[in-house]
Design a protein. Structure first.
Length: 82
């Protein structure tokens, strides 16, 4: 522990964050990596919570996108019938 009472062994270092952000920029790899980090017991707590938050935002974005797609398709079908 450092002089502030924090456990440095659970701190995610700069290089690890750089690799994390690089991996999350690659399609498909990002989802697999996020799932591993979110649900692995060996992942540092801050990174685990970050991965869980990103996954939640991804689900929210998919639900909103699906809803907008349904509304757009419904609107297009109604316009086609008139």
């Amino acid at each position: 522990m450092d002089h502030h009472g924090f456990d440095n062994s659970s701190t995610v270092r700069l290089g690890e964050w750089m690799l994390t952000l690089f991996l999350t920029a690659i399609p498909v790899v990002n989802i697999i990596a996020l799932l591993v980090w979110a649900f692995s017991n060996s992942t540092k707590p801050s990174k685990q919570n970050w991965a869980r938050a990103i996954l939640i935002w991804m689900v929210i974005a998919m639900v909103i996108g699906f809803g907008m797609g349904v509304l757009g398709l419904g609107g297009a079908m109604m316009m086609g019938n008139t």
